[in-house]
Write a protein of this length. Structure first.
Lengths: 272, 540, 187
């Protein structure tokens, strides 16, 4: 009984409330969908319908207009997500083990280098995958690596990455005396746009495609930071590493490289 | 008639215990990001603490206070035993389990995603499932409020529902519906990704869902305080409630308009059309109305009390108020903070003004002033008012109670006023570290230090509050009498059916949700090309 | 303490009631009028369109490829800034713009939610992955502004600060003559 008594326009509470709500909705909808778009000529709507749909928020695929300047260098074409090589198969790892024999001269039979090349044992798979893709495409160049990568197939790249990420993280071959943590590594330098290294490179969190650095060769780390800073190395997607390296002072580059070279790999977080 | 005292005390004690812990975290955060401290050397600790503070203060603490107070109201306003006591305990334990389940991964650093979730960032599934359990526990309470009201109605056909219960049920319905937004976000979007069943998520849609919850949740926090304004304050200071009808209208307005306005939280977002932002902006203005009604009704009620006590003159009556009474003190402080906070809120709701302060420290200052200040100080008042009735023991020392309230008020002002100011200077929020040595942000250093001092005052006050409650359990037994609510100036004999039931208002709330949220949600939910890869946070 | 329901109390209440009711109605009406006026008078609105984009492929093709990021002078003479936010930097990290010129900012995120806030201005927008954000800007005076990320974007959020450098209109025109995309990175 009460429902019928309530939901009728004879009930002044009902009629006033519904009237006010509907009235306000219609009023604001007309203002928001019709009047206000017309007051903004800079938005260049094609017609009333276009303006109406836009105000309603009908999503449209972004289309780029205008000419896009040619890049002076080749950029990375790798597409990385948190799922990239997240769960490699045993077969893939096995095939990678065979392929990796070619890499052992520089990167060491256990994935620990004795030649200032990166240690690959236990490196994130997405990192090795991306760098090999970039060496192959020419986004990153290196006298030794570029010819090696040139003939690798997509599957071979995946397999090598899966194999090395599967290897245990061994203590680095460059143990030196323990350094105190340099300021730039733990604080970053916010006002220069530098986040703490560990927020991408593993000790705090891993940004997909960023390697962990503990125990890597000091000379190698320093050379890469300098190459990013000077713009010689450009395969970091959308400048994510150049933005950081450019802001580092030469002294900070030295400190960060020396620090990471001296660290054991135990503090790195897993991604899976 | 308070029968299930243990149930009510359990809710309040768990609420205040987690409040105390989260308060410590909050004070620590204020301190470590201020110039008074050098650097914690690990930003993740800060975000971890921030996640715990927000989750506890936003989801667990106010929900338990609303529930405990709701049970107290049910028994004392309806004068009947609570129906469904076992269910009530089940709801309580769900919340306890949910809170622990959510806090363990947070404490381990596996869910430092902040209490607002922020997908595509994804943390441990236990965190989200814990939050869902908290919400489910509170939904049991919603159902119980409805059932108990129905039982009472059957025994009292046609009689006006006591105002306290009317407001309480309105608050529970508001919560039931507003929690649906975050629940949809968690159940349909985030948890499947956190469990690894899906790998992509629509971050824009998630923000729309969350906005559904994010604004009205504030009103859910607020409703126990508003109930206290209406039904505790006039009685406690020896006056009368000025208007019962006005009070009902205020709660009905909260129920209807608090929720379909949430898109004003996404003014600066790219995934919602400008037209809907405008509609929500206009509806947001409406929500000021029930607050104004309340402020004036309560001021009038307070004035009535003062004049009954012999107060004279245009403003002379203020001196005649019982300032020794903690409830008087609490409501005065609450109104001052509500006034400043409300003024700030008017700025946030206007698109043009919002752009200067969106996501700056202003916003954090704003909701701490409203929630931590105006609302929580009334939670204290509710606890002080109810405690003798729950424990059968008097509060140990009213001077101590007054000191605690003064400290909270001063602490909140000292914390939030500089906080607003650095927001205007453009200081972004949610950062673990600020380099105050940089000349561009050096001017913010003094204000941030002041805020940190305020936070320490708040911490002292919060601990004093817990101390008073604990001490009261050790006091000698006393007969507190029946727990009653204030009487209106004009006795309520009959109330129009519309103001004595919720059908119209719940229907209107859902209807406005459909008009204001339907299209923005459907248009994103039916697209596949807006989902982006999840970014898993920390090791997990 | 309770109060006796005597006639004195009722009379007092009646008077108070009327006064407060009048004040409250005046304030509510004034507020509504104020809001209406502000809404109609300043027709500044949020961005006009909802545009979607794939954040994982921004660097491959489309307007957010690396070589197109920065400040462009369009054929019609208008100025557009294109930028992306990513964990934990903006590209370009330093945005160069002319003073006293209407500028369109187009930006998006490559990974998680970020925000662009240019201190000392009312430029403030969210970057949500999957969507393109658009905002008009105009800078009256030359100078530098900080541009922090204003939304939590994981553990390096506190290190995500960019810059905006506003230079003289003529100077900007001179630098823009050679075409390409301008920024103040490395200056």
């Amino acid at each position: 009984m009460s429902t019928r008594e309530l939901f009728t326009f004879r009930n002044s509470y009902f009629s006033v409330a519904v009237g006010l709500a509907a009235g306000l909705f219609v009023l604001t909808a007309v203002a928001g969908f019709v009047v206000l778009p017309r007051l903004q000529p800079e938005l260049k709507y094609a017609d009333l319908w276009d303006a109406f749909c836009s105000a309603a928020g009908l999503p449209r695929r972004s289309v780029s207009s205008g000419e896009i300047p040619k890049s002076a260098h080749r950029s990375s074409e790798a597409v990385l997500t948190s799922m990239t090589l997240a769960h490699p198969s045993q077969e893939s790892i096995g095939r990678g083990a065979t392929l990796a024999q070619r890499c052992a001269i520089c990167h060491g039979p256990t994935g620990i280098s004795r030649a200032d090349s990166p240690n690959l044992a236990g490196q994130y798979a997405a990192v090795i995958y991306k760098e090999l893709l970039d060496f192959r495409s020419g986004a990153r160049t290196n006298a030794v690596m570029s010819p090696f990568a040139a003939n690798l197939s997509d599957r071979e790249i995946t397999d090598v990455a899966a194999y090395y990420s599967y290897l245990p993280r061994l203590p680095a071959f460059h143990p030196v005396e323990q350094h105190p943590k340099p300021r730039v590594v733990i604080y970053g330098a916010p006002m220069r746009g530098i986040a703490p290294c560990g927020s991408c490179h593993g000790s705090l969190d891993n940004k997909t495609g960023s390697p962990w650095l503990e125990g890597q060769s000091e000379a190698y780390l320093k050379a890469q930071l300098q190459a990013f800073a000077s713009g010689q190395r450009t395969n970091d997607i959308s400048q994510q590493m150049r933005n950081v390296a450019r802001g580092l002072t030469p002294q900070e580059i030295d400190e960060a490289a020396a620090y990471y070279a001296s660290q054991p790999p135990e503090i790195i977080k897993a991604t899976d | 008639m308070l029968v299930n005292r243990k149930l009510i005390l359990a809710h309040f004690w768990f609420a205040f215990a987690v409040f105390g812990l989260a308060l410590c975290l909050g004070a620590w955060q204020m301190f470590v990001r201020s110039p008074l401290y050098t650097w914690i050397s690990n930003p993740e600790w800060y975000y971890r603490s921030l996640t715990a503070h927000g989750t506890v203060m936003g989801y667990v603490f106010p929900t338990l206070v609303a529930m405990g107070f709701g049970y107290a109201i049910t028994e004392s306003a309806l004068q009947q035993r609570l129906v469904g006591v076992r269910w009530a305990w089940a709801g309580f334990w769900l919340i306890v389990i949910g809170a622990i389940m959510a806090m363990v991964p947070v404490a381990l650093g596996r869910a430092s995603v902040l209490y607002t979730f922020y997908p595509p960032l994804i943390g441990s599934p236990f965190y989200y499932i814990g939050v869902v359990l908290v919400v489910v526990g509170s939904w049991i309470w919603v159902a119980l409020m409805s059932v108990n009201l129905r039982v009472w109605r059957r025994a009292h056909p046609g009689e006006p529902v006591p105002l306290a219960m009317f407001a309480n049920v309105a608050g529970s319905y508001l919560w039931a519906w507003t929690a649906v937004g975050a629940a949809l976000e968690l159940l349909l979007q985030i948890i499947p990704v956190a469990l690894g069943l899906k790998t992509t998520i629509d971050a824009g849609l998630a923000r729309v869902f969350f906005s559904w919850t994010l604004h009205a949740i504030v009103y859910f926090w607020l409703i126990p305080s508003y109930i206290a304004y209406y039904v505790i304050v006039p009685r406690a200071i020896g006056g009368r409630l000025y208007s019962d009808t006005m009070a009902r209208l205020a709660f009905i307005l909260f129920l209807v308009v608090a929720m379909p306005i949430g898109i004003h939280h996404t003014f600066a977002d790219p995934e919602v059309g400008a037209g809907f932002k405008f509609i929500h902006s206009a509806f947001t203005a409406l929500v000021a109305v029930p607050t104004l009604l309340t402020v004036f009704t309560i001021c009038a009620s307070v004035e009535i009390a003062a004049r009954l006590r012999g107060g004279r003159g245009a403003l002379g009556w203020i001196r005649a108020l019982p300032w020794q009474n903690p409830i008087m003190l609490a409501v005065a402080f609450s109104f001052v903070m509500l006034g400043f906070g409300g003024a700030g809120g008017l700025i946030n709701m206007s698109y043009q003004l919002d752009t200067t302060i969106h996501n700056t420290q202003w916003i954090t200052g704003h909701f701490h002033l409203i929630f931590g200040g105006a609302i929580v100080i009334m939670y204290f008042a509710i606890a002080y008012d109810l405690w003798p009735h729950l424990t059968g023991r008097a509060l140990p020392n009213l001077a101590l109670v007054r000191t605690q309230l003064w400290l909270w008020f001063i602490g909140m002002i000292v914390t939030t006023f500089p906080w607003h100011w650095v927001g205007i200077l453009g200081m972004p929020r949610r950062m673990a570290y600020y380099d105050y040595s940089n000349p561009a942000i050096a001017p913010e250093a003094l204000s941030v230090s002041l805020s940190a001092v305020g936070a320490l005052i708040l911490l002292a006050s919060g601990l004093l509050f817990l101390f008073i409650l604990i001490r009261s359990h050790a006091q000698g037994a006393t007969e507190a009498g029946a727990y009653r609510f204030s009487m209106p100036v004009h006795p309520v004999r009959s109330v129009p059916l519309a103001l004595n039931s919720f059908a119209i208002w719940v229907a209107l709330m859902i209807g406005l949700t459909v008009t204001n949220y339907g299209y923005p949600i459907l248009t994103l939910a039916t697209r596949h090309d807006t989902s982006v890869p999840a970014v898993y946070v920390g090791a997990h | 303490m309770t109060v006796q329901d005597d006639s004195h109390a009722a009379a007092v209440a009646e008077r108070t009631e009327k006064r407060w009711a009048t004040i409250s109605v005046i304030v509510i009406v004034a507020l509504v009028l104020l809001a209406t006026f502000a809404g109609l008078h300043q027709a500044t609105m949020p961005q006009g369109r909802v545009e979607t984009i794939d954040p994982t492929r921004l660097h491959l093709a489309g307007e957010f490829v690396e070589s197109n990021l920065g400040t462009a002078t369009e054929p019609d003479g208008s100025v557009t800034v294109r930028a992306i936010g990513q964990q934990y930097s903006f590209t370009p990290a330093c945005i160069l713009v002319p003073a006293q010129t209407p500028i369109m900012l187009r930006a998006t995120s490559a990974d998680v939610i970020h925000g662009i806030l240019i201190q000392g201005t009312n430029v403030n927008t969210m970057l949500v992955p999957g969507y393109v954000s658009e905002q008009f800007m105009r800078f009256e005076k030359t100078g530098e502004h900080l541009m922090p990320c204003q939304e939590f974007c994981s553990f390096g959020h506190e290190g995500m600060w960019g810059k905006v450098k506003v230079i003289d209109k003529a100077e900007f025109a001179a630098r823009a003559k050679n075409g390409g995309r301008l920024s103040c990175v490395g200056e």
